[in-house]
Design a protein around this ligand. Structure first.
Ligand code: SF4
Length: 369
């Protein structure tokens, strides 16, 4: 059954992404009917109703959560905890220094050749570890075209910018015509080579990836989709179908996993996730050390943990399934790859390397010709 909501036809069909957004769980009362909440979660949700990052979970994503297990990796990512009220040394409201690196309204530049465009504050699910928790979900919605025009003018005036990452919030929560107009505006800037869509929709709202969407966007290629699977439970048939729809329409799909305590900070979980992503034609791109965003310390791991985990996976998992472990340095100074040094000794012409088995192997440089 269909009915009109403004000028948009919406349905009562759970397979319709707009239904999923309208039916998202946003209150303690609603969540309490769907999950057996712990006192910690009750306090966390009550706080999220008053301040900070709001609560929003699509019916689709909530259905992946274990009703009675508070340690469920889906729950940990989307249900607020009382620990969000805690502050610890090193916490930052804006860990990547995006405010300091804003070059035009909604436009952040932290690297020489690329910029980040924050096109909306809305997401399907508000992730409790979100690095942009200071602004997402604040109710503003998608930015009007006129508000983004200074950002477009800035990009057009900087020919060294070759890559525009459209983020938010989640740009795929925008209506297709609005998103297509925005991307067409970016595509009209001759020196922009690639547009990247940073989205968690394939994970939290996969029915959003419709044929209508990919048909509207594919004339604007090259568009890369940067998605964000954190746990194998998220690789459902619906999510895999969304990734296949994107891949079939020519969108390279890359995944950025955030390393999260209790969610994916063990080698078997990461191995299952990375292998599943490759099966879904999604390239594991980054394993990100969680940003020190205020209120998320309970979900972060020590920096050394990620290095240990990557060492356990190195050699055991094919290179195409192994992402790069990086720390996006606090203050917005850029990503730094993390690894223990594999060069154990160096003399002119000879380098001793430690393999994933712990063997020391010497590589000899070629003679000078
Ligand atoms: S979808 Fe992305 S921007 Fe939105 S809350 Fe999650 S991590 Fe933050």
């Amino acid at each position: 059954m269909q009915r009109a909501l403004g000028i948009v036809e919406v349905t009562d069909d759970p397979a319709d992404w707009r239904w999923q957004l309208r039916q998202a769980t946003r209150t303690l009362d609603d969540l309490g009917t769907r999950l057996s909440l712990t006192p910690d979660e009750v306090a966390g949700v009550a706080r999220a109703e008053r301040e900070g990052l709001p609560l929003s979970i699509t019916p689709y994503y909530l259905a992946l959560a274990d009703r009675s297990d508070p340690g469920c990796p889906i729950r940990l990512q989307c249900v607020p905890s009382a620990w969000e009220a805690a502050t610890v040394p090193g916490d930052l409201v804006d860990p990547l220094g995006e405010v300091a690196h804003e070059v035009a309204p909604h436009l952040v530049r932290r690297y020489p050749d690329r910029v980040l465009l924050l096109a909306t504050d809305q997401c399907a699910v508000y992730c409790r570890f979100c690095t942009r928790s200071r602004v997402v979900g604040d109710g503003a919605g998608p930015s009007p075209t006129a508000d983004l025009e200074p950002a477009m003018a800035w990009i057009a005036a900087h020919p060294e910018i070759h890559d525009v990452i459209v983020s938010g919030g989640d740009p795929l929560t925008m209506a297709t015509p609005r998103l297509a107009r925005l991307l067409a505006r970016i595509r009209a800037i001759a020196h922009v080579d690639t547009i990247r869509l940073a989205t968690r929709v394939p994970v939290t709202l996969p029915m959003r990836v419709t044929d209508e969407l990919v048909q509207a966007l594919r004339p604007l290629h090259p568009i890369w989709v940067m998605t964000h699977f954190n746990h194998p439970k998220e690789l459902t048939p619906e999510a895999i179908r969304a990734c296949a729809t994107l891949a079939d329409a020519g969108f390279p799909v890359m995944n950025q996993t955030v390393l999260l305590r209790g969610v994916n900070d063990d080698a078997p979980t990461l191995e299952g996730l990375f292998r599943g992503l490759v099966r879904a034609r999604v390239r594991p791109y980054y394993l990100l050390q969680a940003d020190p965003v205020r209120g998320s310390a309970h979900l972060r791991t020590p920096l050394a943990r990620g290095i240990e985990l990557m060492e356990q996976l190195q050699g055991r998992v094919s290179g195409i399934a192994l992402p790069r472990l990086v720390c996006d340095t606090p203050g917005g100074r850029g990503k730094v790859p993390l690894a223990r040094d594999t060069v154990v000794a160096w003399t002119p012409g000879k380098t001793a390397l430690r393999t994933f088995r712990g063997e020391i192997v010497t590589y000899e440089d070629p003679p000078e010709f």
